[in-house]
Design a protein around this ligand. Structure first.
Ligand SMILES: C[S@@+](CC[C@H](N)C(=O)[O-])C[C@H]1O[C@@H](n2cnc3c(N)ncnc32)[C@H](O)[C@@H]1O
Length: 219
């Protein structure tokens, strides 16, 4: 008997991803831990690429006082939820590898856990470099090679692999922070809790963090 076909990437996000939970129970502490590297946000032109349910975009606008905050994602389900909690933000539905945005539009970019799911990661990075002004700051949060999620497309590499890709796309690496991953007891799934705990222990080893927080300057 043949296996049922896996849903195409966008369909997966529109129908199966946990955006509802991200919008109703956002982990603000974890988001700020990465977002603070973009300070000062006040007066900036900020893009949240692959914004999902849009909580980081909201924080940049409402708490960070970004002059303009835009949340972009290809999932309609995500953007409908985002618009509901923060209607004053511009929410854009588009593909991260073909951005409908003019060159040098933004000076702050945040991309949390999205780039590695694009069908062409190098192309996504070239698009990020294109829409940022020279001297802009970007924070990209990407997983280490051992992280596996339920999402349909997942590019995985180690610290040096990511670093090579970022530098060849025109970025200078300013700092690398640690994202320790989701809370161990995020839900009542024992297997997942054990995996999250193992991720936190491994994250204490240099270069083995669960996710890298790359703080970058667009050359
Ligand atoms: C793991 S979620 C992260 C969402 C959000 N950044 C957060 O931190 O909650 C990955 C996001 O990437 C988006 N995504 C995946 N591939 C994309 C693509 N090619 N273009 C635009 N968005 C994409 C998904 O719709 C989803 O919202």
């Amino acid at each position: 008997m043949s296996q049922p076909a896996a849903p195409a990437p966008r369909e997966f996000y529109d129908s199966e991803y946990h955006f509802e939970e991200d919008a109703t129970r956002p982990d603000e502490k974890r988001i700020w831990h990465a977002l603070r590297h973009l300070n000062p946000l006040a007066g900036s032109e900020f893009l949240d690429l692959g914004c999902g349910a849009g909580w980081a975009t909201r924080l940049a606008k409402v708490e960070g006082n970004a002059q303009r905050a835009v949340g972009l994602d290809f999932s309609r389900t995500a953007l409908v939820l985002a618009r509901k909690h923060t209607p004053q933000i511009l929410w854009v539905q588009a593909d991260g590898t073909a951005l409908p945005i003019a060159d040098g539009t933004f000076d702050r970019l945040f991309c949390n856990g999205a780039l590695e799911h694009f069908p062409d990661v190098a192309k996504g990075l070239r698009e990020i470099a294109r829409i940022l002004r020279a001297g802009s700051t970007a924070v990209l949060i990407v997983p280490n090679f051992y992280v596996k999620t339920e999402q349909p497309m997942e590019f995985r590499t180690h610290y040096w692999g990511w670093r090579r890709m970022l530098e060849s796309a025109g970025f200078e690496l300013l700092k690398t922070g640690i994202d320790w991953g989701p809370p161990v007891f995020k839900n009542a799934n024992f297997k997942r809790s054990a995996a999250r705990l193992a991720g936190k222990i491994i994250s204490a080893i240099p270069f083995m963090q669960y996710q890298f927080i790359f703080v970058l300057r667009r050359k």
